[in-house]
Design a protein around this ligand. Structure first.
Ligand SMILES: Nc1ncnc2c1ncn2[C@@H]1O[C@H](COP(=O)(O)OP(=O)(O)OP(=O)(O)O)[C@@H](O)[C@H]1O
Ligand SMILES: [Mg+2]
Length: 250
């Protein structure tokens, strides 16, 4: 579902979480003068250009924009999965984009969760292992118990020993959400988390994301074409011509 400007500008009824109510909250994500280009010579493609972004703790932020505008690229850079061509990203005051891959991986493990449109579960591992192993690798003190609790929270207590191919799309995305929230990250990034799901399953995933966001005070950064998801957020930012602009609510 594509967002129209009228839908984006419609007043929201569920905005009980506005950043203006928390003027003193700390900045969790700060991106300054972020640029990203790919290719070389005459075939250079400028995806992000001098982009600025500041997100406060606990905010729910939607990033929208047309296909190819660079949303996934931006999310990947904010999450340290990719590096900018220039500019800086810091997460909870830690400069991030200048670190090497190992150091970025350590920071991702410590502060971030990521939910992809295509779930990205490891097919040879059970649901439980998919949630538990990343925590084990990051030195979490109780990976088994925490993974079990996290899967129970997304309603999959009975399906922990199943492999991804034995689970429906909605169930696989719930495993991915359990994995992303398990270590209680400060920030959860999600790239079109409902994009591969039908309406009913998409609805369940949205409910789950916002429920876990409330319980854990997680900062949510969501890329989405889904108007239901964007309208639940505190802010909607549109990516166009390599820069973000904020939608003003009427
Ligand atoms: N490694 C790369 N090499 C060349 N071009 C790339 C690379 N990564 C991204 N692009 C291009 O950069 C642009 C932005 O891609 P991106 O995936 O970030 O868009 P998007 O806004 O997420 O799109 P969609 O809504 O379709 O998912 C696209 O034109 C894409 O083809
Ligand atoms: Mg994308």
């Amino acid at each position: 579902m594509l967002l129209s400007s009228a839908e984006i500008n419609a007043p929201k009824q569920t905005n009980t979480h506005s950043s203006s109510q928390h003027p003193t909250r700390e900045t969790v994500i700060l991106a300054t003068n972020l640029s990203k280009s790919v290719g070389s010579g005459e075939h250079i493609l400028q995806i992000l250009q001098d982009l600025q972004l500041q997100i406060q703790a606990g905010e729910r932020v939607a990033i929208v924009g047309s296909s190819g505008s660079g949303k996934s690229t931006l999310l990947g850079i904010l999450a340290g999965l990719d590096v900018p061509s220039s500019g800086l990203v810091s997460i909870q005051g830690n400069a991030f984009s200048t670190l090497d891959e190992d150091a970025r991986a350590a920071m991702r493990g410590q502060y971030m969760g990521f939910v992809f449109q295509s779930f990205q579960l490891l097919p040879t591992m059970t649901a439980l292992e998919n949630v538990m192993i990343p925590m084990q690798l990051n030195g979490h003190p109780t990976p088994l118990q925490t993974a079990q609790e996290s899967l129970a929270k997304v309603g999959l207590a009975e399906r922990m020993q199943h492999y991804p191919k034995q689970l429906s799309g909605g169930e696989q995305q719930r495993v991915a959400i359990a994995r992303a929230f398990a270590a209680k990250p400060a920030v959860l990034f999600a790239d079109e988390p409902t994009g591969n799901l039908d309406t009913a399953n998409g609805e369940k995933i949205i409910e789950l994301l916002f429920k876990l966001n409330q319980e854990n005070s997680t900062t949510l950064v969501l890329v989405t074409h889904d108007v239901r998801l964007a309208q639940r957020c505190d802010r909607v930012l549109t990516l166009q011509d390599g820069q973000l602009s904020e939608q003003a609510y009427a």
